[in-house]
Every structure is written in C-alpha cells, then in structure tokens.
Design a protein around this ligand. Sequence first.
Ligand code: FES
Ligand SMILES: [Fe+2]
Length: 368
Amino acid sequence: MAKRAAQAQTDNPRLAVTDEADAQLYERMHGSVLPDLGMVRAAVAGSTDDGSAEVRPSNREIRSELPPRSHVLPVPNGWYALLRSEELDRGDIVSIRAVDRDLVAYRDEEGGAHVFDPYCPHMGAHLGDGRVVGCSLKCPYHGWEFGADGRCARIPYSEARIPKRAKVDAYPVREHDGFVYLWYHAAGTEPTYEVPEVEEHDDPAWSRPYVYEKELVAALQEMAENNIDFAHFKYVHGREIVPNGLSEHHFDGPFSWVQENLGDGLGFMRRSYGPGVAVLRFAGLMTVVANTTPIDRGNCRLKWHFYFPHDVEPAADDLIASVVGPFGLEADVPIWRRMKFQERPVLVKGDGPFAEYRRWYAQFYEGN
Ligand code: FES
Ligand SMILES: [Fe+2]
C-alpha cells in the first residue's frame, strides 16, 4: 500500500519535489523520517490510497440544511426514526440534531445501536468525536468510557470511585425494518407504546425498500393535520372533489387509523403509531412507512420506505412520485413553510375532524 502511494507521488514531478523538500525539513526538525503522507492524506480525505473507493469515516455529523426554527408547539412525545440502520455501521458515531436536541448515536461492537446526549459530564467534550470501545462510547477528551446505559463505566487514569453523576442521558432505542428509532419524552418518561414491525419488510413477495428522505419547514402537528384537511385535497392536490365524509377516523390511545377515500377510486389505509410513524397501505399497490422526525420545533426530517409487490415494481418511480411529487407532498411544502399555527382556527362544515384530531394529539404534549 505504502509502495503504491510512493509510486503515485513520483508520477507527479511537482508533488515529488515538494514532498522531497518536506521530507528533508521534517527530518531536520524531528530527527525522524517523514511518515507516509500519501496514506495520511488518503485517510483524512476518507479515501483509500489509490483513490478508488471512498471509505465512510466512522465519526460523522449529519447536518440539517435548514436554519433552526422555533414554533409555539413543542416537540411531541413519541418514537421517531433517527437514522436508517445502514447509516450506522458497527463502530460508527453519528452526531445529529433531532427532537430539538443535539444527539449522538453509535453502534457498539456487538451491533447494538445507542443514542446519547452528546456532552460529556466531565468537562463537556462532544462524544461525537470519541470512539467505540466494546459496547461503550469513549470520550475524546480524557478517555472516560460510557456504557450502553449511559453510565460511566471506566475512568482510565483514576482509581477514584466513579461518581454517580458521571453519566449521560441514554434514550430508549428500538431497531426494526431498517430504522433506528429513539423515544423522546419531554419529562423523560419511559416508552408508553411500541411501534410494530412492518411485515412487508421481510416478505419475499415484496420489493426491497425504496428510500425517500427530505427535510422541510413545518411543525410536526401542522404536517399531521394535513391528512385530515379534506378541503385542501382539492385546492392543493388537484383532486376533483372535497372528499368530506368519505372516511372515518378511529382513535385508540396513541394509535389512530383511517381508511382514506379521496374520490376517483383512490383510497388507502393509514395507521399512525404516535406522532412520528405512519404506515400507509394502498392495497395491492404499495406500502409506505412514513417516518417524520422533528429536527427542532419548526423543521422536520422525513425518512420513508416504499415497498411494492414485484409485479408492480416496474412502476415504482411513478408511484413514489405520485405521493411525494408536485401533486403530492411537494404541493404542501410551500404552504407549511409560511403558515402560522392557528390555535383556534375558524372552521366550517367540510373542513375535517380537526377538533377530534387535536384532542387526540394533545396527549403527546404531556410533560411540557
Ligand atoms: S470531557 Fe469527557 S472525559 Fe473529560
Ligand atoms: Fe397535503
């Protein structure tokens, strides 16, 4: 490997001259031979020394494209998809903002995924710069190691008893159907419900998941209310009718379901599991796992999976576009971007079951 790197350097005369001068200067200053800079550069750039394949760095930050935004509505309590499982390999440490907080996620050497508050209780270093040791996350500053429960399990340079306060908040995590879910509760309460696994994910009769991801400006509740906003289907999405009275919503604790009928024969079943996860089933056509995660109070991140029966799969792109394209999600985006939440909207017959829906939704603000 080192030989190939050296060869690559001498192929480029300017680089060879510069590196030769660098090497002599380095040797004079440090009394030792210059390390293989080709390898160092390749590692820093995240590529192999021959530049052929990109190696994803273990420590990464997923930054939001959107400026932080506040909102009158707090982040609701519930399960949220933080990452796709593929985004978190063993040994990976990902810094990400979600549920209006800075978070750090890591996958331990046994394959378990964990989500922590990222600031070390010792001196406040960001654990996103640390590394995974066994099942623990090691702080980059003084090497304290935090176990899967968030408690400090080892202080490598001190024999003192580990203080009780030496712990970070560890969020409850579940992983299924290709997503790492975290539980958020304003008062720190343990999970009060579970999100069931989606059978299509492991069913050979269904396609692999097609991934759709997007960030958008909206509070989670504003996006959710869109689903029961019957009139907008005509004026925003171009449906022929206002599908008022064609569907009946059922509420059961943190769950809700509805067989939507939008006219023109288009219909689907939507099951919601708390505020962050919904599964839409268009019978015989496609299933959508629609995860919506607040980045902060005023911005959301979508992580969706689309599944298709194999005979429908050739139309996958068109079907996805029908849901998220200019007649679907894209049409809502500019409305959400500029709207102001109306605590007491002026409603008329035909508007949809807003009062009932808001009563159901209020349960997710407990603890604020
Ligand atoms: S700041 Fe983390 S170990 Fe010191
Ligand atoms: Fe809409």
